[in-house]
Design a protein around this ligand. Structure first.
Ligand SMILES: NC(=O)c1ccc[n+]([C@@H]2O[C@H](COP(=O)([O-])OP(=O)(O)OC[C@H]3O[C@@H](n4cnc5c(N)ncnc54)[C@H](O)[C@@H]3O)[C@@H](O)[C@H]2O)c1
Ligand SMILES: [Zn+2]
Length: 386
């Protein structure tokens, strides 16, 4: 299979990088890195966690060593709760003790947690060193590894401390998805449906078609099927291209923009998603699963406001039925969910802005002042308690 590329050329930072997508690419990750880093790069720190490193780490380490790099490995603990300032400080200490210079580089091998923390550490160490992403979850392939947002969670809130630091390159090996737990795949597909819903009918139908053709429950057995691998790579390529297009248009998420190409639209499905995660103590849902409900809710709201047709709501519901099942929500207290929305409002310092749809591929930003509370409550019941 030929590899596919997405070229990302950022104006503000005068920075250009490439996302390479293909099959069984880890074995040559060292020579790929050699071609993306400055000729003076000698030391490499791979940041990962024990679970991922056990499966893929040695292949990557060997490939980097064969390419002539001096390789060090720092493994963080696995889980969102370790994406914190303490891990960040430990990562910086590791880079400093290994005496990395500004020619050297950090490699993130893992999902969004590893990617966000590694990106943040590499952006401040010596005021910024090179950073390569090797994402290993569907969510990190199509979402977090592209766009340059890095950061950690803290007592102030999730993802509120961080930087914009673009990677020097991204390597997506679709074969790594073979070992991804099923719920993580479902979470990634919810974000893929989100991209489809806000981008254009082409990406929406491609995502829906993929989910129609391949049952998520059986995906592990599908990796021996060449057609599946081609279609999966094509889908990831299309998803990354869409994310790149939005990011290029609005590199730093201008808070005043409310047009349909602003980076804000990537928050489609996220207001309810974040509220559901918060009221369940960030333990019950995978982030993407909560976003799945957020998409259904935004569709229900849009329908009640008469801006989205019944058929389009049905299409969104149908595709989300195929992502592999979302956790039960009947016991969730809706009052707490509504309170969590107002928390979201405080963090933005403005009236809450809902990302809704006036059609597939037609996101609109609507102020909560324009939406009666009764419609919010009816839609919550419809989506969470039916
Ligand atoms: N920077 C951004 O723009 C951006 C965008 C979206 C999300 N995020 C962040 O991404 C994070 C979520 O990322 P995620 O969904 O990748 O979760 P994750 O990084 O926690 O990975 C999910 C789980 O899968 C395991 N895993 C990863 N790859 C595997 C593989 N190939 N085989 C087996 N197990 C594997 C991990 O060890 C972990 O247990 C959140 O912290 C979120 O805030 C950032
Ligand atoms: Zn998300």
């Amino acid at each position: 299979m030929k590899t596919k590329n997405v070229e990302i050329s950022l104006s503000q930072a005068a920075h250009r990088y490439s996302v390479e997508i293909g099959y069984d690419l880890l074995r040559n990750s060292g020579s790929w890195a050699k071609s993306c880093l400055s000729p003076g790069a000698q030391k490499i720190v791979i940041i990962s966690n024990a679970k991922i490193f056990k499966i893929y780490g040695e292949t990557v380490r060997k490939s980097f060593e064969n390419a002539g790099f001096e390789v060090f490995v720092w493994l963080m603990k696995d889980g969102e709760k370790y994406k914190n300032l303490r891990s960040f400080e430990t990562a910086l200490a590791f880079l400093s003790e290994r005496k990395l210079t500004r020619n050297d580089a950090v490699i993130a091998l893992g999902g969004g947690v590893v990617g966000d923390l590694s990106g943040f550490a590499s952006s401040v160490y010596l005021r910024g060193i090179a950073f390569l992403q090797i994402p290993t979850t569907l969510l990190s392939m199509i979402d977090s590894s592209v766009g340059g947002k890095t950061g950690v969670n803290s007592s102030f809130g999730k993802n509120l401390i961080g930087t914009f630091h673009q990677p020097n390159a991204v390597l997506i090996d679709v074969l790594t998805l073979k070992t991804l737990p099923r719920r993580e795949l479902t979470a990634g597909f919810c974000e893929a449906v989100k991209h489809g819903a806000i981008s254009n009918e082409g990406l929406f139908h491609q995502t829906a078609g993929f989910l129609n053709n391949y049952k998520i429950e059986k995906y592990k057995t599908l990796f021996s099927n060449q057609g599946f691998i081609e279609n999966l790579s094509d889908l990831i390529h299309a998803q990354v291209s869409f994310k790149a297009e939005i990011v290029l248009n609005d590199e730093r998420e201008d808070i005043n923009r409310i047009d349909s190409k602003s980076r804000k639209i990537l928050n489609f499905g996220h207001t309810l998603g974040h509220a559901l995660e918060k009221v369940t103590g960030y333990k019950y849902f995978k982030h993407g699963e909560a976003v799945g409900y957020g998409i259904l809710f935004a569709a229900a709201l849009s329908k009640k406001l008469d801006i989205l047709s019944k058929n389009e709501v049905k299409s969104l519901n149908d595709v989300l039925c195929k992502v592999g099942g979302l956790p039960e929500t009947r016991n969730i207290d809706l009052k707490e969910v509504v309170e969590a929305f107002s928390f979201d409002k405080k963090t933005t310092g403005k009236t809450l802005q809902w990302i809704l749809l006036s059609g597939i591929g037609k996101p609109v930003i609507v102020s909560s002042r324009e939406i009666p509370q009764s419609i919010i409550e009816e839609s919550l019941i419809e989506v969470l308690q039916k």
